[in-house]
Design a protein around this ligand. Structure first.
Ligand SMILES: Cc1cc2nc3c(=O)[nH]c(=O)nc-3n(C[C@H](O)[C@H](O)[C@H](O)COP(=O)(O)OP(=O)(O)OC[C@H]3O[C@@H](n4cnc5c(N)ncnc54)[C@H](O)[C@@H]3O)c2cc1C
Length: 400
């Protein structure tokens, strides 16, 4: 029996329709204009929702299609291949809301997921604090304190995607400051946008300006018990919810990064076949051809890793013994895919030569976008720490 790397017929149809949709809608001119205006692409976002691409893995009763992680990855790959920064901004529109989908009460899911799936609102996932983002297991500075029947939330989160557009902030807080280790006293809250939540857009980002990033400050924000994700059982379970979310996120960020690497490679190859210098197509210069060939090989390797990561992720839901292997491969996808996106964009700029350094070409927009993959949702060091813990055990791979 040959090994099967084929997508199913339904998956191929989904892939084709996502490719066609993104090819038609993600035009370069619009992407460049939004990037210049530092604008979230709301009108395309709503079209993405109309096509049913938001929350595809959520159950139909909450506005989704009940599909799996593989289908999500297939669509995300096509979006990022069409235009990496624009595709990723759209995919990040519901950031954090999978914590509600996976861990919320039926009321919380019914209240928020259908509105998110329709593209009416965006969400933000708030983990990082000014004191550090890599380690969320410590005692957090964002505190939720019981006051009569309500909770009072105070603290600040930084580098938050969708800070200025979000209607809800899925926020990791410290509910028990005495808990040791600190993560045992953390809870996730759904905080609705209100005057006690102040947002300051962060200026001067290197790139990716179609995805707003900001600081969010909570000052005596009053919420009821029903804002705790998972209800009373969700109390002090926030860290575990966040970990589950970040496990899946490693695979989806790796997926977007590998799509970016492939898109940049394709662009570089096309240009190398177009551009003539010194009387020949530049693809005919062996020094450049070898670099393109080596990158094509690495992209193939990364795609195989991604397939295995996606397979393991779903398989581990049925066979918990595969969980660690799944986390290990997903972390590999994240750090390796992110590095490849940066390297492939770098090669694309080199291939374009001087014109690659100018804004009228897409390449500089993609180049500055790609770097964030190495930082968000666990830096490469954090991913390698996770892999080392699995390879060598907790005692040997102590990280702090
Ligand atoms: C564009 C963008 C969007 C983002 N969106 C969000 C969002 O929506 N929500 C959110 O919560 N956060 C978001 N972030 C924040 C991001 O997740 C953090 O920047 C990231 O987790 C790193 O945290 P930090 O910046 O505090 O760096 P630090 O934690 O200060 O780390 C700095 C450096 O030290 C290294 N380091 C730290 N600890 C260790 C260790 N134990 N071992 C080895 N090396 C270590 C890190 O790898 C890194 O290189 C976003 C960031 C960016 C750039």
């Amino acid at each position: 029996m040959p090994l099967d790397f084929e997508l199913s017929e339904e998956q191929k149809m989904l892939q084709n329709s996502a490719r066609e949709f993104a090819g038609k809608e993600f035009t370069r001119d619009k992407a460049v204009e939004w990037e210049r205006q530092h604008d979230f692409p709301w009108d395309i976002y709503r079209k993405v929702a109309q096509q049913g691409y938001i929350g595809m893995h959520w159950p139909p009763e909450y506005g989704g299609q009940g599909l799996g992680v593989a289908e999500n990855l297939i669509v995300a790959y096509e979006f990022c291949k069409a235009d990496p920064p624009l595709g990723a901004s759209l995919l990040a529109g519901t950031f954090g809301s999978d914590i509600i989908a996976h861990n919320g009460t039926p009321e919380q899911k019914a209240k928020w997921l259908p509105r998110l799936a329709k593209g009416e609102i965006t969400s933000a996932g708030c983990f990082t604090e000014p004191g550090g983002g890599s380690d969320i297991s410590r005692v957090l500075e964002t505190r939720a304190k019981k006051s009569g029947n309500a909770w009072l939330i105070n603290g600040s989160k930084t580098f938050i995607t969708n800070a200025s557009t979000a209607s809800i902030f899925v926020t990791l807080t410290q509910t028990d400051t005495e808990a040791r280790p600190g993560y045992r006293g953390q809870s996730e809250f759904i905080i609705e946008k209100n005057p006690s939540v102040s947002v300051t857009p962060l200026k001067g980002k290197m790139g990716w300006n179609t995805s707003p990033t900001g600081e969010v400050v909570f000052t005596d924000v009053e919420v009821a018990d029903d804002a705790i994700i998972g209800g009373p059982e969700g109390m002090n379970r926030g860290f575990y919810f966040a970990l589950g979310f970040l496990d899946e996120a490693r695979l989806s960020v790796g997926n977007m990064a590998i799509a970016t690497a492939e898109a940049a490679l394709d662009k570089a190859v096309s240009y190398s076949l177009e551009r003539e210098a010194f009387g020949r197509k530049i693809a005919g210069f062996q020094g450049l051809a070898f670099r393109l060939v080596e990158m094509a090989t690495e992209v193939e390797l990364a795609k195989s890793l991604l397939l295995r990561g996606s397979w393991l992720y779903e398989k581990a839901n049925e066979e918990p013994a595969l969980r660690e292997e799944s986390i290990k491969v997903a972390s590999m996808c994240k750090w390796y895919g992110a590095r490849l996106a940066v390297q492939s964009c770098d090669l694309m700029v080199d291939t374009y030569g001087g014109s690659g350094y100018f804004a009228e070409e897409d390449v500089s927009r993609w180049y500055t976008f790609a770097k964030q993959f190495e930082l968000v949702e666990g830096t490469k060091e954090v991913q390698k720490n996770a892999i080392a813990r699995i390879m060598f055990g907790n005692e040997i791979a102590k990280t702090h």
